[in-house]
Write a protein that binds this ligand. Structure first.
Ligand code: ZN
Length: 400
């Protein structure tokens, strides 16, 4: 029995007939081995292909995963079995695969250029919606821009991407990346004047097919930098999404696209100014309420319809400090999204007379409440009506 790997012979095969060599049940359903597979197994940082098999009677069986088992066996994982000896028609998800080829080749160009220009290594990379590359040394913004520009110039030159298998003797004299991971036959992916790297992944034939390389971000990471980048269809998608965002923002602010940053900063400044004014007015309002509110049996009880959770806390604090009553209970109507149909109030209770930690438990029990705090101040939500809250509070603080 001989297995060949059609995906290496021609990475552009999207469909092919093959004979089922074996199929057996496994944890993930069934695993099958074909005489000749176009499905790439996960490896070299490149995720496995997906797609389906069509059996003789036209049934489509999705291929959920593909893994290498040993040197020359590739297993397809499926939920339903195929029959040994049957011919099946393989179909891979070409859009998904081609995107991986674009992104993988783009990753080689960027890593190769960083290596050539600055001498740093790619210490690990991960391909999903974006490609993440960990670089062994620090790069600044200017250097990143330089790499991105040169990477795209390499695309415009439409350089051939050549796969070569040098003899062991030749290898020592060759300059290429990923020297350390190697054993056995070495597969080099060469992009002239740009990169040479040992890799088992699948690549485009010429760099022009990558379309575009865009570095999205870089952060310091383990003494070097971690880059995020996208290529090809993913770069286009990223551009489309970002253009949508900018268009929405510019429309909302009624400015030109190039004025968006300035306009957003202006809105933020105005918002900060408004927050300052609101805080000032609140403070005056808290003073007025503190002067106005009177305790009943040493308890001040108030419902503040317009205030939010933070504001009732500040008011409660102000009331407490005024010394007008030993205990202050400040409520505000709560958003009832989480438990619709019930009356709910945010509460803040402050006291100089009672230990509120134990009171919190008793009140939450009676009023189906949540929350707690310190001995002096508690806050949370009561799911109860006003009369029940009032009577529970009076009971908790010894008023009949
Ligand atoms: Zn690679």
């Amino acid at each position: 029995m001989e297995f060949t790997e059609a995906f290496y012979n021609d990475p552009y095969l999207t469909e092919q007939d093959s004979t089922v060599q074996s199929c057996e049940p496994c944890k993930k359903g069934y695993k099958a081995v074909l005489s000749d597979t176009i499905f790439y197994p996960e490896g070299g940082g490149q995720p496995s292909d997906r797609g389906f098999l069509v059996t003789g009677d036209g049934t489509r069986i999705p291929v959920n995963d593909v893994k290498r088992n040993g040197e020359d066996m590739v297993e397809l994982y499926m939920e339903s079995p195929v029959s040994s000896g049957d011919t099946v028609h393989q179909v891979i998800d070409w859009d998904f695969r081609f995107s991986l080829m674009q992104n993988h080749s783009g990753e080689h160009i960027v890593s190769g250029l960083i290596n050539r220009e600055y001498g740093f290594e790619n210490e690990g990379f991960h391909m999903s919606d974006v490609i993440t590359i960990d670089i062994s040394g620090e790069l600044d913004r200017e250097q990143i821009i330089n790499i991105e520009r040169k990477a795209n110039q390499a695309i415009w030159k439409n350089i051939p991407v050549n796969i070569i298998f040098p003899e062991m003797g030749e290898l020592e004299d060759l300059n290429y990346r990923s020297k350390k991971e190697l054993s056995g036959k070495v597969r080099l992916v060469n992009i002239e004047d740009t990169d040479s790297c040992a890799c088992c992944g699948l690549h485009v034939k010429r760099t022009g097919e990558i379309g575009l390389i865009k570095i999205l971000s870089f952060i310091r990471y383990k003494g070097g930098v971690r880059l995020e980048m996208v290529c090809g269809d993913k770069a286009l998608l990223d551009y489309e999404r970002k253009l949508d965002s900018i268009t929405e923002i510019k429309n909302a602010l009624s400015v030109k696209p190039e004025e968006v940053t300035e306009a957003v900063n202006r809105v933020l400044e105005e918002s900060a100014e408004k927050s300052g004014r609101i805080a000032l007015l609140n403070s005056r309002y808290f003073d007025m309420r503190t002067a106005e509110l009177q305790g009943d049996n040493d308890i001040i009880f108030t419902v503040e319809k317009e205030l939010d959770g933070q504001e009732i806390r500040k008011l409660c604090d102000r009331l407490n400090k005024s010394g007008k009553a030993g205990t202050s209970v400040v409520l505000a109507p709560a958003d009832k999204e989480d438990e619709p149909g019930e009356e709910a109030y945010l509460y803040v209770i402050g006291s100089t007379k009672h230990d509120l930690k134990s009171a919190a438990k008793a009140l939450n029990d009676v009023l189906k409440g949540r929350g707690g705090g310190s001995k002096e101040m508690i806050q949370g939500t009561f799911y109860a009506d006003m009369e029940s809250i009032k009577s529970a509070v009076n009971k908790a603080f010894g008023v009949n």
